[in-house]
Ligand binder design. Structure first.
Ligand code: SF4
Length: 266
């Protein structure tokens, strides 16, 4: 036997006393707004679902807002009536935004608003408990993990670090460094005689990033003291060789001497 599909109970038609109670609802809105001219025209009425009819009838009247700064908002006045009674009571009065209302941007936690480079001297930027760039030092995928499946051999334990960079955090860092000034697509790298990975001045990072990034130790290189990608490179590469061009004859005397008269034969 097939089941009966679930459906939302129908909203009962509001009783006449509720739909007719526009002026009492307006009076409630004016009282909340503080002045009659802050409540505009009546926009409509919507019956509210409150359950079985014997519990009562509830309806919301809406009025345009004339509050300065609240363009597109409206007053919503919810009124109710006990079945069988004529008396209507006001449940609540609220100011609500409509489709065209000006709204403040969605709240963004402060730590998500900061951008790289925003940190100044003296600022403190604590990492959150759930920062995806960090994992406890004893968990999987720690950079110190070195067994075949990548599970922990937590060498960090005892060294005072409770958290280390997660796989995701390390991948983000490498992507950031490689796409920047010291990555393979920079103009310097494209003209380089060879990549950093083959340069004697390249000091690879320890851990799983060893093959991807390192520090440059060449005082004459633009990347000296910076993290450079393995496939970056510069003209100060240790294997760069100077191609000596063959000396050409240096002519110091003029080929056509105009300092003397030519003696022409008769
Ligand atoms: S000298 Fe140039 S090629 Fe060598 S590591 Fe430094 S940046 Fe890379």
């Amino acid at each position: 036997m097939g089941g009966v599909p679930a459906s939302t109970p129908p909203v009962p038609s509001p009783a006449e006393p509720l739909t007719a109670a526009v002026e009492p609802a307006r009076a409630a809105a004016v009282e909340t707004a503080g002045a009659a001219d802050l409540v505009g025209e009546h926009l409509g009425a919507t019956a509210e679902a409150v359950g079985p009819a014997e519990l009562g009838e509830v309806l919301t009247h809406t009025f345009a807002s004339r509050l300065p700064g609240y363009v597109g908002w409206h007053w919503a006045v919810t009124i109710a009536r006990v079945p069988g009674e004529e008396r209507v009571t006001v449940d609540e009065v609220v100011l609500l935004p409509g489709d065209q209302a000006l709204l403040a941007p969605a709240w963004v936690p402060w730590h998500e608003r900061l951008r790289p480079g925003d940190l100044s001297v003296g600022d403190v930027l604590p990492a959150t408990e759930d920062d995806p760039r960090l994992v406890p030092a004893y968990t999987v995928d720690d950079d110190s993990a070195d067994d075949a499946e990548g599970r922990v051999v937590a060498r960090e334990i005892g060294l005072g670090r409770e958290r280390v960079m997660s796989r995701e955090g390390r991948a983000e860092a490498v992507a950031r460094w490689s796409s920047g000034e010291f990555g393979p697509t920079s103009p310097m790298a494209r003209q380089a005689p060879g990549p950093c990975a083959t340069c004697g001045f390249w000091l690879p990072l320890a851990g799983s990033l060893r093959g991807m990034v390192g520090a440059c130790g060449n005082a004459y290189a633009p990347g000296d003291g910076r993290v450079v990608a393995a496939d970056y490179g510069c003209g100060a590469h240790s294997q760069a060789t100077l191609v000596v061009v063959q000396d050409t004859e240096v002519v110091t005397s003029a080929r056509y001497d105009t300092s003397e008269y030519d003696v022409l034969a008769d």
